[in-house]
Design a protein around this ligand. Structure first.
Ligand code: PXP
Length: 244
């Protein structure tokens, strides 16, 4: 069964809009777990625009499912990850001006440094996932790096027009390569209740990380229910219908 990691950054974004203490992502994580989340994902950005160090510390104590920490390959956040010890780090590229993570990590172009980071995280007992575009060159490099998993960037698929099968085919081909390379396959970015079906139906898929669409729906129906609906969609492997 495909695992669902729920990204709760957007709850922290709302809190930071008023520079206050609500809504609390710690509450969000508990609600997501009640809805059946298999993991909680947070991104500790260098500019701390949403998730704060305090959130990571408390979530490390309170989350009972997998805690996945997204970070850039930068010393400060890597040291924090090494001392906090989430279950997994997902290495992502980060640009100050972007609204959200834009492209995949260039593992092929930075193989030596990514490999040495993977070694340090492995020594600390932390799994590493690499957020990459569905490109063969990046998959081959990821397999050499020592990472356990890759998360294929589904942004291209999610923003393509509905009739465009090419982006889905690209994900399907890349998924095969990932599994042939002996890596665990995750995917995420831009997935929602309408477009998740074909990605969840990819044979090799093991985990999806989804944030914006779940948090958006939670405003109207509550987070527990929004997670439950997504979990049901991905675990039944239904095609994208208007069911929810
Ligand atoms: N995976 C990664 C690596 C991300 O950076 C993000 C966005 O923070 C997500 C998944 C979730 O994307 P979305 O919020 O569009 O579902």
């Amino acid at each position: 069964m495909i695992r669902l990691g729920v990204n709760i950054d957007h709850v922290a974004t709302l809190r930071e809009a008023r520079d206050g203490n609500e809504p609390d992502p710690v509450w969000a994580a508990a609600q997501a777990e009640l809805g059946g989340a298999d993991g909680i994902t947070i991104h500790l950005r260098e500019d701390r625009r949403h998730i704060q160090d305090r959130d990571l510390r408390i979530l490390k104590e309170t989350v009972t499912v997998k805690l996945n920490l997204e970070i850039a390959c930068e010393a400060e956040v890597c040291e924090i990850a090494l001392s906090t010890r989430p279950d997994q780090v997902c290495l992502v590229p980060e640009k100050r001006q972007e609204i959200t993570t834009e492209g995949g990590l260039d593992v092929a172009g930075a193989l030596a440094s990514v490999t040495s980071l993977c070694e340090r995280f492995a020594a600390a007992g932390i799994d590493v996932s690499l957020f990459i575009d569905p490109d063969e060159e990046q998959i081959v490099a990821a397999a050499k790096s020592g990472a356990q998993s890759v998360e294929l960037h589904t942004g291209g698929y999610a923003t393509a027009s509905g009739a465009d099968q090419a982006e889905l085919d690209r994900l399907i081909q890349a998924s095969k390569l990932v599994r042939e390379a002996g890596l665990i396959l995750h995917a995420g970015h831009g997935l929602n209740y309408q477009n998740v079906g074909p990605v969840a139906a990819i044979d090799e898929m093991q985990e999806l990380n989804i944030g914006h669409s779940i948090i958006a729906r939670s405003v109207f129906i509550g987070l527990e229910k929004a997670v439950r609906q997504m979990k049901e969609l991905i675990s039944t492997g239904l095609p994208p219908t208007r069911r929810f």
